[in-house]
Each structure stands twice: as structure tokens, then as C-alpha cells.
Design a protein. Structure first.
Length: 67
């Protein structure tokens, strides 16, 4: 009986944890990726002057997207 209760408790906890881990939406994934890239310093967002200065200092070309 004790093993049955233990197995039932483990089964319930596994099913609850799987339900709690809902997949992220596409929008949440994109926002998370944007935050990760900005924090790493790989992307300058919404600051054209800083982007131009960075491109000149590195001697690298720059891609600008206007929306």
C-alpha cells in the first residue's frame, strides 16, 4: 500500500510539472532572443548614433533597418 501511495504521488507531481511547463509563444521567444543579444553587446537597438560610432571605430559595415 505504501509503494502504491508513493508511486501515485510521483505520478501526480510529474503530470503537474509537465502541465506547468507550457511552451513559449513565438513572440516570447523572439523577445527573449532580443534581450540575450542586446545583453551580450552584439546588437545596438534604437540608437543610430551609437551604431555609427561603433561601426567607424571597428571599421565594419553597418546594417540599418527602418520600420
Amino acid at each position: 500500500m505504501r509503494q502504491f501511495v508513493l508511486a501515485l504521488a510521483i505520478l501526480c507531481s510529474l503530470t503537474l510539472s509537465l502541465r506547468a511547463a507550457e511552451p513559449m509563444t513565438r513572440a516570447d521567444q523572439v523577445r527573449g532572443d532580443k534581450t540575450d543579444v542586446e545583453d551580450a553587446g552584439l546588437w545596438i537597438y534604437n540608437d543610430l548614433e551609437k551604431g555609427i560610432a561603433e561601426a567607424k571605430s571597428n571599421g565594419m559595415p553597418m546594417l540599418v533597418v527602418f520600420r
